[in-house]
Design a protein around this ligand. Structure first.
Ligand code: ITT
Length: 198
């Protein structure tokens, strides 16, 4: 019986959403106080999630949930993909100064690279790993949509102001957190993993 879960992420946007998604389950959610600075060198979301969960489990010995996620744009050969959080700083596509923060720099670079592209389809993907004493579980969640011409909305984090989810005439950043969690890659991946745990 798993009563406590350590959520291994340093991203505050993710923390808020994960806390809200896990509210419906009977588990206590804990966050680590320290940042273990796990190297996410793999080009696989699943492997990166596994490495994060394992590193924190080895220190805290509490069932540990980690998630690696990103935005995949097929017309950009799948970029930003696993590089989503540091896309602005990647040589590929040219670097962008993070003058107004990393999220804004990532958005500016993506919009620059999308100029003139007809195909603006994209999807968010999240791989979640729950590291347990006697094994583990993993799951994947996706959320399909398109890249807008310019940022709209103040909610969410990351690329949300330029991502319009399928079936909505709003950006992800214009949805409430509850609305986002119902359709998001993270919501789907986490609910799947909690279902398996049951
Ligand atoms: P942790 O490794 O500590 O969890 P991180 O931000 O580095 O934090 P990732 O390596 O998984 O996490 O990178 C995910 C990036 O993908 C994130 O920084 C955003 O740029 C983007 N992203 C993922 N989910 C998103 C969402 O729901 N909304 C907007 N952007 C998202």
């Amino acid at each position: 019986m798993v009563r406590r879960i350590l959520v291994a992420t340093t991203n505050l946007g993710k923390r808020r959403e994960i806390l809200s998604i896990l509210r419906e389950y009977e588990v206590e959610v804990l966050f680590p106080e320290e940042d273990l600075k796990v190297e996410e060198g793999s080009c696989s979301f699943l492997e990166n999630a596994y490495l994060k969960a394992k590193a924190y489990y080895e220190v805290y010995k509490i069932p540990t949930l980690a998630e690696d996620s990103g935005l995949v744009v097929p017309s950009l050969d799948g970029y930003p993909g696993v590089y989503s959080s540091r896309f602005y700083n990647l040589e590929w596509g040219g670097k962008e100064e993070p003058k107004e923060g990393k999220d804004k720099a990532n958005i500016n670079k993506l919009l620059r690279l999308m100029e003139g592209k007809q195909d603006r389809r994209a999807y968010y993907v999240a791989f979640a790993v729950l590291f347990l004493e006697d094994g583990g579980l993993w799951s994947e969640g996706r959320c399909y949509g398109t890249i807008l011409q310019e940022p709209v909305g103040e909610g969410g984090f990351g690329y949300d102001p330029i991502f319009q989810p399928e079936g909505f005439q709003k950006s992800m950043a214009q949805l409430s957190m509850e609305e986002k969690n119902l359709i998001s890659h993270r919501g789907k991946a986490l609910r799947r993993i909690m279902q398996m745990l049951k």
